[in-house]
Ligand binder design. Structure first.
Ligand code: HEM
Length: 170
């Protein structure tokens, strides 16, 4: 019976339209555009905080500080690097069947950590749209990139949101 339930759960996840495999071209365009911005860690985080001060205020060490003050500080640059490295790791795992369990693991963990911090889906959506805006302004963006990033973010947030709801994706 337990086995049957496991198989059914796996089938439900496999059937979910958000849990998709990006095809080769999509992965290439995501990697190419990300490589063009991934060294701008502090600029990315500063752009997100500027648009959404509520996200900044969730970080006890950054709350209430001016962005100019923060941008040159070590904790800010360390945290910007952590977030960017996380996304780099996620992107590096896209496009291969054998790395999909690892994708689930890192995204489930991220959702769980952020659930414990009281981060909301709305804040994560805001984070995502500011990141996309930054990408559009700082990379060789086009319709293909828009489509590929939409799929990549959809897949990422499908797992993170399930985990944020207390239901890590199996
Ligand atoms: C959208 C709102 C978000 C808020 C309010 C938020 C908040 C936080 C906080 C408070 C920490 C702990 C910082 C520390 O004490 O060192 C943290 C850590 C972290 N965040 Fe976020 N975060 C958000 C989104 C994201 C996103 C979208 C990503 C990646 C895609 C991300 C990746 C990480 C990573 C990798 C860490 C360090 C590892 C960990 O402790 O979990 N965060 N976040």
């Amino acid at each position: 019976m337990k086995f049957l339930i496991l198989v059914l759960c796996a089938a439900v996840v496999a059937a979910d339209p958000h849990w998709k495999m990006l095809d080769h071209d999509e992965v290439e365009v995501v990697k190419k555009t990300w490589n063009e911005v991934k060294n701008k860690e502090t600029e990315i985080l500063a752009a997100i905080f500027k648009e959404h001060p509520d996200i900044q205020n969730k970080f006890p060490m950054f709350a209430g500080k001016s962005l100019d003050q923060l941008k040159s500080s070590q904790p800010f640059s360390l945290h910007a690097t952590r977030i960017v490295s996380f996304i780099t790791q996620y992107i590096s795992l896209l496009g291969h069947d054998e790395t999909q369990p690892a994708v689930k693991t890192i995204l489930n963990e991220m959702g769980q950590n952020h659930r414990n911090r009281g981060v909301t889906k709305q804040q994560l959506e805001e984070f995502g749209s500011s990141l996309m805006k930054f990408m559009k302004e700082h990379s060789s963006w086009n319709d293909k990139a828009e489509h590929a990033w939409h799929d990549a973010m959809d897949k990422m947030y499908f797992v993170i949101f399930s985990s944020l709801d207390g239901h890590p994706v199996q």
